[in-house]
Design a protein around this ligand. Structure first.
Ligand code: MN
Length: 267
């Protein structure tokens, strides 16, 4: 199996190399990751400046056979596009992570971990985004073997259907994990506050994601699973359509086009 591994925590992040170690027995690995942390950049691409990539020695134990690594001056999305369109070409599976910190509910919109996989999923590649729910003292002793098992099971099932799964693992020791649930995205999220500071010349601002919004999450959501010490696996898609409002909105806005035509006639 040919596997592309990327992340948003950067090429030197231990989670990235924990993923690589776990997936090594499955085939040939191509690590294409940002040269620095890019958490929170979502699926963004660098379109206004060139991107440089340097081949580096893989940070793996023992020999490096079958592992190729590139450090990229760009976003996780850049890494994925650069790899699939140029550096690596077609692969059987794309993995992004293992991220430090959860990517739950509406966080998936901002997540660079998920953002990278949106580009591979869009191209029809089976894609896995994987995160551990802790920014500090993050442990990979559950996420890492889980990734190997998941990749194996999905390969057995055939990788000929495009999927994007978002995996979140509680930061618990293996014996404290209560199970695995296939979930939907919750709605709980963080909003931002802005702190104003001043240096010797001018003002500057820090945006922090530190204000929780949303209610208790119902059973079946990714947030609820992780809170209950269960691994959450959510199948994702780009479709942000709120289907239940299509009918209401067409009623509310039914005269808009006629009014637009009249407005244009007046001008
Ligand atoms: Mn990150």
């Amino acid at each position: 199996m040919k596997i592309l591994v990327t992340n948003d925590d950067g090429i030197s992040s231990p989670g990235l190399w924990a993923a690589v170690e776990a997936l090594r027995p499955l085939g040939e690995l191509f690590v294409v990751a940002p040269d620095r942390e890019q958490s929170g950049v979502g699926a963004s691409l660098t379109l206004h400046m060139p991107i440089r990539a340097s081949q580096i020695a893989p940070l793996v134990s023992g020999h490096c056979d079958g592992v190729h690594a590139f450090s990229v001056e760009g976003t996780p999305g850049d890494c994925c596009v650069l790899a699939l369109e140029h550096l690596v070409g077609e692969v059987d599976l794309v993995v992004s992570g293992i991220n430090k910190g959860s990517n739950l509910a509406s966080d998936v919109i901002l997540s660079g971990t998920v953002g990278a996989t949106l580009h591979s999923y869009l191209r029809g590649y089976p894609s896995i985004a994987i995160s551990v729910a802790a920014l500090k003292n993050t442990r990979f002793d559950v996420a890492s073997p889980l990734l190997a098992v998941l990749a194996n099971e999905l390969e057995q099932a055939g990788l000929d259907w495009p999927f994007l799964i978002n995996v979140n693992v509680p930061n618990d020791p293996p014996d404290a994990i209560a199970g695995i649930e296939i979930t939907r995205l919750g709605r709980k999220s963080w909003t931002e506050t802005v702190r104003e500071e001043e240096d010797s010349r001018r003002k500057y601002y820090w945006i922090s994601r530190n204000r929780a919004i949303g209610e208790e999450e119902p059973v079946g959501t990714d947030v609820c699973s992780v809170e209950n010490h269960k691994i959450s696996i959510t199948p994702l898609d780009f479709d942000l359509t709120r289907s239940d409002q299509i009918h209401t909105l067409s009623m509310v806005l039914k005269d808009v086009y006629d009014r637009l035509l009249r407005k244009q006639d007046e001008l």
